[in-house]
Design a binder for this molecule. Structure first.
Ligand code: ADE
Length: 217
């Protein structure tokens, strides 16, 4: 699940020492001979529930080695992740401690051990690992030096609660579709205004919920 940590942008950023990511296994903190980390739910019902003790022990071990991390539980019941939250997470020092559970859920008492709960969307994964990877990837690219071209951050989708304008590269014509003439004009003022208009139109058409200005940027 965490092999992506060594690939691409993340792999390079880690090698360069721009970011540190340390995956920890809950299993050594499990209970009994089988190092059990989950159990059947009180009151009955299907599925298994993550027990609180292995998570508490893992948090204690990680915190002893790296104090002060913001503890985040990955769960579909958490606050929905968006770019504003990603930006906020990227400012937190010394960093984040992401907790990924497998199985059907966490014992409710795990909630008392964390600072916040995050969901990456209204769908259910069978474990929080990939959700944690999404947070890691989205936050890491905002860490100074990780992205090759930081200017692109200002333009990209959600930078100002809008979707990005349409982009084109070579060729000028592809399967009968031409690059808009204005982008070839060299008139940077006109191009800037066209992009702003297209960005606004696209956001209104595809994501009117963003225009509702839920959150100032
Ligand atoms: N674990 C399972 N589903 C999840 C989701 N949508 N977001 C965060 N963690 C999860």
């Amino acid at each position: 699940m965490f092999t992506a940590l060594d690939a691409g942008l993340l792999g390079r950023a880690r090698k360069q020492g721009l970011i540190e990511i340390h995956p920890h296994d809950l299993r050594p903190h499990g209970l009994g001979n089988h190092r059990q980390v989950d159990d059947t739910p009180y009151g009955g019902g299907s599925g298994m529930v993550m027990r609180p003790e292995p998570i508490a022990a893992a948090l204690e071990a990680v915190t002893a080695a790296a104090p002060g991390l913001t503890r985040i539980l990955m769960t579909p019941q958490g606050e929905l992740l968006d770019q504003a939250t990603v930006r906020e997470l990227a400012t937190l020092r010394p960093g984040l401690l992401l907790i990924a559970g497998r199985y059907e859920g966490f014992d409710e008492r795990v909630r008392a051990m964390v600072d916040r709960e995050l969901s990456i969307g209204d769908y259910v994964l069978s474990g929080g690992e990939l959700a944690a990877m999404v947070v890691i990837e989205a936050v890491a690219r905002l860490v100074p030096g990780v992205l090759g071209n930081p200017e692109s951050l200002a333009e990209e989708s959600f930078a100002a609660n809008t979707l990005e304008y349409p982009q084109y590269t070579r060729p000028e014509e592809f399967q009968g579709m031409r690059v808009p003439e204005i982008l070839l004009s060299g008139d940077h003022g006109k191009i800037k205004r066209w992009r702003e208009t297209e960005s606004r139109k696209r956001t209104a058409r595809r994501r009117p919920d963003l225009t509702a200005d839920r959150r100032p940027t």
